[in-house]
Design a protein around this ligand. Structure first.
Ligand code: A3P
Length: 311
């Protein structure tokens, strides 16, 4: 693996004091750890089951929230807000994440939960996923908040303070397309184009829309993945209970998410790093006017005519 990685284009983040290196694989940047997972996966050629539901996202766009919601939806006959596994485990540890642990994914293929998460770009999804009838849910988010969220997440991982990690450099790097599974816009467009070519198989959810109107989007999500709420459930408040269970306020205050950790790609990841602020517009605390102008132009170039809005 080391030998393969050496042959790939590499980039070490200027703001990371040499601690964060990406390599480019098939047009997408990914940290070396992830690259290993991705290529293992390709070799193992994951076999999707027709009932699988793929939860796809670029990092920092609401993956944790989507995983929690989907898990609560599909297991609601077994668990509720008093005994949900979400009270004891981070969704990242509980659900299969394809490239993080492909071996585990293979072993769990007959798991009673049909949910599989991935950050893989559409073009790198295992063939069996794109040729099967399994459902794909894709969550995306305002690019400016993703830039800020990505910076803090990676900075925390490499244990640098804000003072020691200049945001401006991280910003310019993101605009060059360099982020985990970036370019961010290419990641989104890959799924978007596929959703147009394969109508009905890919549900697009926008983080901000989910926040603005969780009730209708959670119902849409449940219906799309084949677990619609009945009238009785709606009347009994089951949808509200799931929304509350999976809310940022609730999950981020659970002991497991404040102090717990899990092992991914041989690295200990602290659960708290997935729960920062969850505020729309936090980017305004970091962007200068020039940065705002630059990213608005970039997004206009990349997204105009696609029908998707990333601002
Ligand atoms: P911020 O860094 O802006 O706070 P991902 O799960 O894809 O890694 O994305 C992490 C982002 O989602 C973080 O954003 C995090 O705070 C936010 N987040 C985590 N859990 C959430 C939840 N239950 N509801 C809404 N946002 C959540």
């Amino acid at each position: 693996m080391e030998e393969i990685v050496k042959t790939l284009p590499q980039h070490t983040s200027s703001w990371s004091k040499g601690r964060l290196t990406y390599c480019m694989y098939e047009g997408f940047w990914m940290t070396k750890r992830f690259h290993e997972g991705v290529t293992n996966l390709a070799q193992q050629s994951y076999k999707a089951q027709p009932n699988d539901v793929f939860l796809c996202s670029s990092p920092k766009t609401g993956t944790t929230w989507l995983k929690a919601l989907a898990l609560a939806i599909v297991t609601r006959n077994k668990f509720d807000e008093s005994n949900s596994p979400l009270l004891r485990t981070t969704p990242h540890d509980f659900l299969r994440h394809l490239e993080v642990d492909p071996k585990q994914s293979e072993e769990n293929q007959n798991s009673s939960f049909p949910l599989v998460a991935t950050h893989l770009p559409y073009a790198l999804l295992p063939k069996s996923v794109v040729t099967s009838t399994c459902k794909i849910v894709y969550i995306y988010r305002n690019i400016k908040d993703v830039v800020a969220s990505h910076y803090h997440f990676e900075r925390e991982k490499i244990k640098l303070s804000v003072e020691d990690a200049p945001f401006e450099e991280a910003f310019h790097e993101f605009c060059q397309g360099i982020s985990n599974f970036g370019p961010y816009w290419d990641h989104i467009l890959g799924y978007w184009k596929a959703s147009l070519e394969r109508p009905g198989t890919i549900l697009f959810l926008k983080y901000e829309d989910l926040k603005r109107d969780p009730m209708s989007h959670v119902k849409t999500l449940a219906e799309f993945i084949g677990y619609p709420f009945s009238r009785e459930e709606e009347n009994a408040g089951v949808v509200e209970n799931i929304i509350n269970l999976c809310s940022f306020k609730n999950l981020s205050n659970l002991e497991v998410n404040k102090t717990g950790s899990f092992l991914a790609l041989n690295t200990v990841v602290e659960n708290r790093t997935f729960f920062r602020k969850a505020t729309d517009g936090d980017w305004e605390n970091y962007f200068t006017d020039e940065m705002k102008e630059k990213i608005d132009k970039l997004i206009y170039q990349k997204m105009s005519g696609t029908g998707l809005i990333l601002t």
